[in-house]
Design a protein around this ligand. Structure first.
Ligand code: PMT
Length: 221
């Protein structure tokens, strides 16, 4: 239906969760499977874009025509995204990036003892915030995973991270967010507009997001 409507565009997509190592065998992670980001990458490639997919650990197959860069931690993702940023026309950040990592990674497997174990965590870089600070020609699309005050928090992230638009999912809903094949979102734009979308397959939502991206490119001229 969309022919080669993104031909000539380079699009960086991030997907899946990051893993923050505690020791050689354990990590702190989250429930992102990568389905949302992989759906966006697949549809962008189908529309003729050159797609770079920076992916956290996931068993999902690489979509046809997509260049995939595998990463594990938030810091790995940060480095991979920075390396591509200057050369891309848009970034769509569907990955669930850990805000914190263990302050120290144990060299050997942590042994249990009878008492409690306290973990100290330290802040990870906010990748999308940094991209917003360094934005030149790029269009930036974020996601917001919220369980309450969705509009307020999503609008806050849109402004703080200097995004063109943000896709907000209420991840407390059963058919939306992490893991499931569907999503239910609102999209908030830098110009103040907001859109409600019905529950739909992640593949269909990928189409909506890329339609909006194409409109943003067109407005830029
Ligand atoms: O992968 P699935 O199982 O299909 O699930 C999809 C999803 C729920 C993971 C996806 O739809 C989603 O909401 N992704 C964003 C998850 C998230 O980390 O949201 P956030 O509100 O914490 O972050 C806001 C934005 O900043 C995101 O675009 C995120 O990629 C980015 N970010 C966050 C923290 C950080 N340190 N660096 C970032 O770049």
């Amino acid at each position: 239906a969309h022919g080669q409507s993104l031909a000539g565009r380079r699009i960086l997509v991030t997907a899946a969760g990051t893993e923050e190592a505690l020791d050689p065998v354990r990590f702190l992670g989250n429930r992102s499977t990568g389905r949302m980001g992989f759906a966006v990458a697949a549809e962008a490639a189908r529309r003729g874009a050159e797609v770079i997919l920076v992916a956290g650990p996931t068993p999902l197959a690489t979509p046809t025509g997509v260049r995939r860069v595998d990463v594990r931690s938030a810091r790995d993702m940060h480095a991979a995204v920075r390396a591509e940023y200057d050369g891309v026309d848009a970034v769509i950040k569907a990955a669930a990036v850990a805000d914190y990592r263990p302050a120290e990674m144990a060299e050997h497997k942590i042994k249990k003892s009878d008492g409690e174990l306290t973990l100290k965590l330290t802040r990870n870089p906010d990748i999308l915030y940094e991209l917003g600070q360094q934005k030149k020609h790029q269009i930036l699309v974020g996601f917001a995973a919220e369980t309450q005050n969705v509009a307020e928090y999503a609008r806050g992230k849109l402004a703080k991270k200097n995004l063109d638009f943000i896709v907000a999912n209420n991840v407390a809903e059963q058919d939306a967010g992490f893991g499931v094949p569907t999503n239910h979102v609102q999209i908030f734009y830098a110009d103040g507009r907001a859109e409600d979308h019905p529950l739909m397959a992640k593949a269909a939502l990928a189409g909506v997001i890329l339609d909006r991206l194409e409109e943003t490119f067109q407005k830029r001229g």
